[in-house]
Design a binder for this molecule. Structure first.
Ligand SMILES: Cc1ncc(COP(=O)(O)O)c(C=O)c1O
Length: 417
């Protein structure tokens, strides 16, 4: 019998059931139904290794970091700085001095926009963004528009999140001061060709910030190979705790930019009349940092590396292709973004039904998806909608769960038809 090949027929990349057992929350049964957690682009669940690392840290190692002269201060500092090394390795940065801990991607982008903007952006200077940025990579630049008279120029994208490099280069002028782009949109999920963008921008002496909130979860990231100036990540999407993220910044920028926040830890000297600042990364880490959260993030990155980032990507790619196959076959369902190489994120709407209603109905079947603007209003306006549902997959999701999503959507469609 001749049947077309389905991603369902692919040989398993790894033992997904073994991975699922590492994530205790996946055994939950909302409304008495097995949990189908498909809201990973908003936040991923945590493996036991991360949870146990946090418990161990609080039970055996916790104290404030740096400058401590007692046993626990040293243990805590060692764990915290060890996490910085895990982030350095994950991004392949040259030095831990180029890794700044933040509370998340939002704070990271605000930090760069504020420090870089203070030093380098004046009235009439131009900032290039794409239409598919998350609000976290739009609003901090709007601040510079409002406060300094900067001009934001937009890269238009097509329905799959594609734009041509020629069109991008045409936006660059002698007034362009920075390009800030996502590595992967949290709606259409097409990987952005960052290395090529950076080559073009650098040929015009323009630095590039990359929002890696989604990209770092689903793509290999090598900040040296990409040659990016700033790369921002957020821990809770990388199977780590909330309240932690990091900015990679090239040494030449971190050494020359003014600090973002002021306080303890980031200074060299303070007198009545003067203040001098410490060296990076401490210059950008004012106050007590999120210590345990950083340690938890380090454990999460190590967990991902142990499973294998290539294996996770291969598994997620099968899930994505299968979800497209199932959802595309459904009449009245519109999927946003259909690039072949897209990441494991599927935004969609159903005819005659509001996204919130769909999400609420399928939640009763135990299927957790997000519905709303996904903090990407400019992109949703491009599609002519004000909200959508979004299913997003992680290393622990299964083909069977996609069947559960499709069945729940079928039942929802029958309700709203
Ligand atoms: C592409 C993108 N950028 C930035 C963010 C903001 O991340 P956080 O809320 O962790 O700061 C998100 C989170 O949804 C995102 O998907």
């Amino acid at each position: 019998m001749n049947r077309t090949f389905s991603p369902r027929d692919a040989a398993p990349v790894y033992d997904v059931e073994a991975i699922r057992r590492d994530f205790p929350i996946l055994a939950e049964r909302p409304y008495g139904k097995p949990l189908v957690y498909l809201d990973n682009a908003a936040s991923a669940q945590k493996p036991r290794r991360v949870i146990e690392r946090l418990t161990h840290f609080y039970e055996h190692e916790f104290a404030n970091v740096h400058r401590g002269l007692h046993y626990l201060a040293n243990a805590s500092t060692e764990a915290f700085e060890g996490a910085r090394e895990s982030v350095r390795r994950f991004l392949n940065a040259e030095s831990t001095e180029e890794i700044i801990f933040t509370r998340g991607a939002t704070e990271g982008i605000n930090m760069v926009a504020s420090s870089y903007g203070l030093a380098h952006i004046d009235e009439g200077d131009e900032i290039i963004l794409s239409l598919m940025e998350h609000h976290s990579n739009i609003v901090p630049w709007h601040f510079l528009r409002e406060r300094k008279g900067a001009v934001i120029k937009w890269i238009e994208v097509d329905d799959d999140g594609f734009f041509s490099l020629e069109d991008f280069e045409k936006l660059i002028t002698p007034r362009t001061k920075i390009v800030a782009l996502t590595h992967m949109s949290n709606v259409v999920a097409r990987p952005v060709p960052i290395a090529e963008i950076v080559k073009i921008a650098h040929a015009h002496d323009v630095p590039v910030l990359v929002d890696g909130s989604q990209g770092a979860v689903h793509l290999d990231v090598d900040v040296r190979a990409l040659d990016v100036d700033f790369y921002v990540i957020t821990g809770h999407k990388l199977y780590g705790p909330t309240g932690i993220g990091a900015v990679y910044g090239k040494r030449k920028w971190l050494e020359s930019l003014p600090p973002f926040a002021g306080g303890g830890e980031m200074i060299e000297t303070v007198t009545r009349e003067t203040v001098t600042y410490g060296v990076p990364p401490q210059r950008f880490e004012a106050g007590t940092p999120p210590i345990a959260q950083a340690v938890g993030l380090g454990a999460a990155l190590e967990y991902m590396e142990n499973v294998g980032r290539g294996a996770i990507r291969a598994h997620e790619s099968v899930l994505t292709r299968y979800a497209h196959e199932r959802l595309s076959a459904m009449p009245g369902l519109r999927v946003y973004g259909r690039a072949m190489d897209k990441g494991p994120i599927l935004a969609f709407n159903m005819d005659d039904a509001h996204a919130h209603d769909i999400a609420t109905v399928i939640d009763r079947a135990g299927v957790a998806v997000r519905a709303g603007t996904h903090c990407a209003q400019p992109l949703l306006s491009h599609f002519g909608v004000s909200s959508s549902c979004r299913a997003s997959f992680a290393m622990y999701n299964t083909l069977g769960e996609i069947d559960r999503l499709a069945e729940a959507l079928e039942r929802a469609r029958a309700l709203f038809a």
